[in-house]
Write a protein that binds this ligand. Structure first.
Ligand SMILES: [Zn+2]
Length: 108
C-alpha cells in the first residue's frame, strides 16, 4: 500500500484550503499490506496532516488529524518504542514523589 494516498485513484486535496495534489507533499510514514500512515504537507497554506488509511471489507477507510510535526519528526515519533505499563508506573511514581516533595516544602 506504499503511497496509497497518491495512487488510490482519488484526487487529493488539502482539507484546510482545498489546494490540489500538485501543491501537496505526501510522505509515507509507515505501511503494511492493507494500512498506511502518511504525512501530508500543503505548500499553499502550510498546514500539515497525518492521515491513516486502511482497506477493509467495507472499503477504504481514511481519517486524518492536523499536526505541527514535519514529516521527519513524524517518522522519528513512529519509530519510538511504544509506551508500556512499566512506563506508566514510572510516571506515576515520579509525579507522586514530586507531589510529596512539594507538599513538604513550606510556602507552596
Ligand atoms: Zn492547504
Amino acid at each position: 500500500m506504499e503511497n496509497s494516498v497518491q495512487h488510490n485513484g482519488t484526487s487529493q486535496s488539502c482539507p484546510v484550503c482545498n489546494a490540489q495534489s500538485d501543491e501537496l507533499t505526501v510522505s509515507s510514514i509507515g505501511s503494511t499490506r492493507d494500512r498506511a500512515i502518511m504525512h501530508i504537507a500543503c505548500e499553499k497554506c502550510q498546514h500539515k496532516v497525518m492521515a491513516y488509511s486502511a482497506e477493509s471489507e467495507a472499503g477504504m477507510v481514511t481519517f486524518g488529524m492536523m499536526t505541527d510535526m514535519h514529516a521527519h519528526e513524524a517518522l522519528d515519533m513512529m519509530q519510538q518504542k511504544a509506551i508500556d505499563s512499566d512506563d506508566v508506573i514510572a510516571a506515576y511514581r515520579y509525579f507522586h514523589e514530586e507531589y510529596e516533595r512539594c507538599a513538604q516544602e513550606p510556602g507552596i
